[in-house]
Ligand binder design. Structure first.
Ligand code: SF4
Length: 509
């Protein structure tokens, strides 16, 4: 059950039980350091904290960003070590959660934000079985990353505090089952197995609680109990976390209608869920505003489009070049993007005038179009300097009609048209290649940004999983796509130049 009591003032207290969220003006219980004795958290106790509506939203968005990134990594079928490294890097940057031993971190604040984000997202993700499953999957990956990177002593203290219903296998039973337990030991050389066996400890749990270990034959089963070595403890912990989360989300779902009555929280929660459904959380990329950095000229756009534009912008540019005409939302999407890559206002006017060519008189251009271009650069009207559109905005707002050219090709083209467009725009892509199959599969599953990332990898000679070439980053903004593409080219040119210089030195010797 969710209920909001409107009591004026900006500070609110959120007291959320598994099924109950109340907002009131006074804190009924302040958070204390002892609320977070451990870095790891199963989020069993609902928070009773003073929070503002702004915090309610920002904590959730921070976590959503991480979960969306984890989900996109999951869909890119990365090898396990690469996946773990990519999750670890992203989590460290966007949702840090330090161990008790960390000196400079504000542990209380980190853990508080982490907890709020989790509980708000429970509200957003309990709406449908599909959302619940996706939330649990991403949360488990996040927990796994934190569990494996946690300080060993702190982790054991946390596990003891959870009082799991695991039955420790005593020394006598361990020796009796020696042969069977050793047969399931995957570690080390045969000669070292004895030492490993003596050092290892086992717990007994009902076999159905560890289906992954049973499936991979990594545990011995007897009398309905699975014998799980401590080295596979993560499976037990994840299973316990997953079961609790699933039950809690189902309970929350039953009570959601009451939350929908709250006109402040309802829209925030809806927005969070729809962001995740579109495959993306709001990106944190801040594109240039076109007023700084190396300027791009109208002359350079054609070459840049061929080499560096994201598929959506490449499509818009090619359509404009062919038709000498573009409807409003297409002009807006492309115009703001060009501003973001560094095309100054005066060059933008030259660019658009050239592209319209003789299909438009100077008089019409000056009267109807020049104003709009100046407007998008914040020189007319409200003088707002509008930012370039992110993938999330392109994917979810102003859906294109049949005559429009704006939008995202991965989302708005039919599979056949998409394949034709990709093959004609990127000669390295073959229609019947495994890469094209990967791309179309991602599109079929609505993972448009994953498909776009794969296009980037293939067209930039990167291997699967490299993403934008930095920490496995996924495409979340057309300007970021172009920025990374230009950086990669600059790096490669720099290397070639260095090689040539070294060659010159050798020749001169
Ligand atoms: S995923 Fe983003 S960058 Fe790629 S084509 Fe779609 S909107 Fe453009």
């Amino acid at each position: 059950m969710f209920k909001a009591e409107k009591i004026g003032g900006r500070n609110v207290t959120a007291s959320a039980s598994t099924s109950d969220v109340k907002l009131h003006s006074k804190a009924s219980e302040a958070s204390t350091p002892s609320r977070y004795p451990h870095r790891l958290n199963f989020y069993d106790r609902p928070p009773v904290l003073d929070i503002t509506l702004e915090e309610f939203e920002t904590c959730a968005i921070d976590r959503l960003r991480v979960l969306a990134h984890i989900e996109s990594l999951n869909h890119r079928s990365l090898p396990a070590p690469q996946f773990s490294a990519a999750v670890a890097t992203y989590v460290k940057a966007h949702l840090p959660l330090n161990s008790n031993s960390a000196r400079s971190a504000n542990l209380e604040e980190e853990r508080r934000r982490d907890e709020i984000g989790h509980w708000v997202l429970r509200l957003a993700f309990s709406r449908s079985p599909d959302l619940r499953a996706r939330f649990i999957r991403s949360e488990l990956s996040l927990f796994r990353e934190r569990f494996t990177s946690d300080d060993l002593n702190e982790r054991n203290t946390f596990l003891r505090s959870m009082k799991f219903n695991w039955e420790e296998v005593g020394p006598t039973e361990k020796q009796e089952l020696r042969e069977d337990l050793m047969a399931c030991m995957p570690w080390g050389k045969e000669s070292k197995k004895n030492d490993a066996f003596n050092a290892e400890k086992w717990n007994k749990v009902p076999w159905y609680t560890v289906p992954d270990l049973i499936g991979s034959r990594r545990v011995f089963v007897k009398g309905g109990m699975a014998y799980v070595p401590n080295s596979s403890q993560i499976s037990l912990v994840l299973q316990a976390y997953s079961a609790r989360l699933e039950t809690a989300l189902e309970l929350t779902a039953k009570n959601l209608p009451r939350l929908d009555e709250d006109e402040r929280l309802g829209p925030v929660i809806d927005h969070l869920a729809s962001s995740f459904l579109s495959g993306l959380a709001a990106g944190d990329y801040q594109p240039a505003d076109g007023t700084s950095g190396a300027a791009v000229t109208a002359e350079m756009v054609d070459d840049l489009a061929r080499k560096h534009f994201s598929p959506c912008m490449r499509n818009l540019y090619e359509r404009l070049k062919r038709d000498h005409h573009m409807k409003h939302f297409g002009r807006l999407q492309l115009g703001l993007f060009l501003k973001g890559i560094g095309l100054p206002l005066e060059e933008a006017v030259i660019f658009w005038r050239r592209m319209y060519g003789s299909s438009m008189t100077d008089d019409k251009f000056n009267k109807e179009y020049r104003y709009n271009i100046r407007h998008s650069y914040g020189q007319e009207g409200k003088r707002a300097n509008y930012p370039p559109k992110s993938c999330q905005q392109i994917l979810t707002t102003n859906q294109p009609g049949t005559q429009d050219s704006h939008g995202c090709p991965f989302r708005h083209f039919s599979p056949d048209n998409l394949a034709t467009f990709l093959v004609s725009s990127y000669p390295t892509l073959d229609r019947s290649s495994a890469e094209m199959r990967d791309i179309l599969d991602s599109v079929k599953n609505s993972h448009y940004h994953v498909a776009c990332t794969r296009v980037f990898e293939v067209t930039h000679g990167l291997k699967k999983g490299d993403g934008l070439g930095k920490d496995g980053e996924t495409v979340s903004h057309p300007n970021r796509y172009t920025e990374r593409s230009r950086e990669i080219e600059a790096d490669r040119l720099g290397l070639v130049k260095k090689d040539e210089e070294e060659e010159d030195v050798v020749m001169a010797e």
